[in-house]
Design a protein around this ligand. Structure first.
Ligand SMILES: *[C@@H]1O[C@H](CO)[C@@H](O)[C@H](O)[C@H]1NC(C)=O
Length: 177
């Protein structure tokens, strides 16, 4: 049983590793959920409803998948987002599989670069938590977006999964000892 005793001594280290990983891991989110594309949505607020369910943190990234022949992604100012104004974007992407790292807190604004798409609701506002919120433990996601989304469409946070599996592993080890 000596090895198990060693394991027990390592328990705090294992636990803290899981917690550290849980808090520092950057998460990648496919915009709209894993099966969705960046295209004119069926309901005009679809992308922002998706984004509203996620607590984005600095270092997380979003991935937009779209047909590069017919669509693109523009990062724009709030003013140009509101007006669907495609001139002078901050950034422009048209590779069909665009990954954008959310490298600072605050809002990010994206619209489609395709003619008329933004007006039909192909626009996205991402709110990233500011730095002082960044290292708080994972809190329950805001519950004001009823009904609860199914995990496959809501872009659930793998972080929470890691934390739960960490806790389960630690629990099992404690039981064995
Ligand atoms: C669009 O934005 C540009 C600068 O970002 C501005 O000069 C132009 O007037 C805007 N156009 C409209 C129609 O608002």
């Amino acid at each position: 049983m000596a090895s198990l005793k060693t394991l027990l001594r390592c328990l705090p280290i294992i636990l803290s590793l899981f917690v550290t990983f849980n808090l520092s891991e950057a998460t990648e989110f496919v915009v709209g959920g894993n099966k969705k594309k960046w295209q004119v949505p069926s309901s005009s607020d679809e992308f922002n409803e998706w984004a509203g369910k996620i607590r984005f943190q600095i270092g997380d990234s979003i991935v937009l998948k779209y047909d590069s022949k017919t669509d693109s992604v523009l990062e724009v100012t709030e003013e140009n987002y509101k007006n669907c104004n495609k001139s002078n974007p901050i950034e422009s992407h048209s590779d069909g599989n665009t990954k954008i790292t959310l490298d600072k807190g605050g809002p990010f604004f994206f619209i489609s670069g395709a003619e008329g798409h933004c007006e039909k609701g192909q626009k996205l506002e991402i709110k990233v938590l500011s730095a002082e919120h960044n290292h708080l433990p994972v809190a329950p996601e805001p519950s004001h977006h009823a009904p609860a989304p199914s995990p496959s469409t809501a872009g659930s946070r793998p972080k929470t999964l890691w934390f739960v599996s960490g806790a389960v592993v630690v629990g099992i080890i404690s039981l064995v000892l």
